[in-house]
Design a protein around this ligand. Structure first.
Ligand code: CTP
Ligand code: CA
Length: 226
């Protein structure tokens, strides 16, 4: 009470966010993963909650505290993340900020550690993980009205992101340059480009990840309202 609608533009809305990496076990002590601290995804979940939304955050393994006022579901693998995301629907807005491992070992990890035997590693066939964002963006029934993806790129960022938005069927892509010069990985700042489905691009200055999160939440709240 006493809150102005402008302070809580997502009041009554349900928001789903994925964050962090996924780990794809090779054996009990080894895994395949993408780099991700989870900082940007967790900041988005926190900002959406602060904007009044009921937020579910599906997070891979991260060394971050749970954002206040957010329902957190912790998972390890991409397949677990997809399952948790499906279980968290329906949502008005879904933001896929996780750095999902693209591949996993074809062979399910056993309970025994693989030992080095001096002959070099055995070949390890990989299979592609499900694309969580594309799966949800292309749901025939129950698709969230606003589906936002991220694109981590090291070169021709906007070009790659435009291709990604078409391939995945989402409404908006937040693209960032994760090349070494960008210093985004694990860092506090992010320089992002917002790419719409019609190809229009909005580039934001280098900002703290919390500020990127606040602006993104305000932006999607505006899209949903409009
Ligand atoms: N994503 C996902 N599930 C996957 C892979 C990616 O949900 N298995 C989502 C990410 O959360 C992000 C978007 O798709 O929102 C783009 O991820 P990115 O790694 O940049 O793109 P990929 O499609 O995996 O292509 P590549 O890594 O080859 O650039
Ligand atoms: Ca990827």
């Amino acid at each position: 009470l006493g809150q102005q609608a402008g302070d809580r533009p997502l009041a009554g809305r349900r928001v789903l966010v994925t964050s962090g990496p996924t780990h794809e076990p090779i054996d009990p002590v080894r895994y395949i993963a993408n780099r991700s601290s989870g900082r940007q995804g967790h900041a988005i979940a926190a900002a959406a909650a602060a904007a009044g939304a009921a937020v579910t955050l599906v997070s891979g393994p991260v060394a971050l505290p749970d954002p206040p006022g957010v329902a957190v579901v912790r998972v390890e693998t991409a397949r677990q993340m997809l399952e948790a995301v499906e279980a968290a629907l329906p949502a008005d807005i879904a933001v896929f900020a996780a750095a999902v491992a693209d591949w996993r070992p074809e062979q399910e990890a056993g309970s025994k550690k693989i030992k080095k035997d001096g002959t070099g590693p055995a070949p390890m066939p990989l299979v592609e993980n499900p694309d969580i964002l594309a799966t949800i963006a292309r749901l025939p029934v129950g698709r969230p009205p606003l589906v936002v993806g991220f694109a981590a790129e090291t070169d021709t960022v906007v070009e790659h992101a435009r291709a990604k938005i078409a391939r995945k069927g989402c409404d908006l892509i937040v693209a960032n340059d994760v090349s070494a010069e960008g210093g985004v990985m694990g860092g506090a700042d992010n320089t992002v480009h917002l790419i719409r489905r019609d190809g229009a691009v909005e580039t934001w200055p280098r900002l703290g990840k919390e500020e990127v999160a606040r602006r993104l939440v305000a932006h999607v709240a505006g899209l949903l309202a409009g």
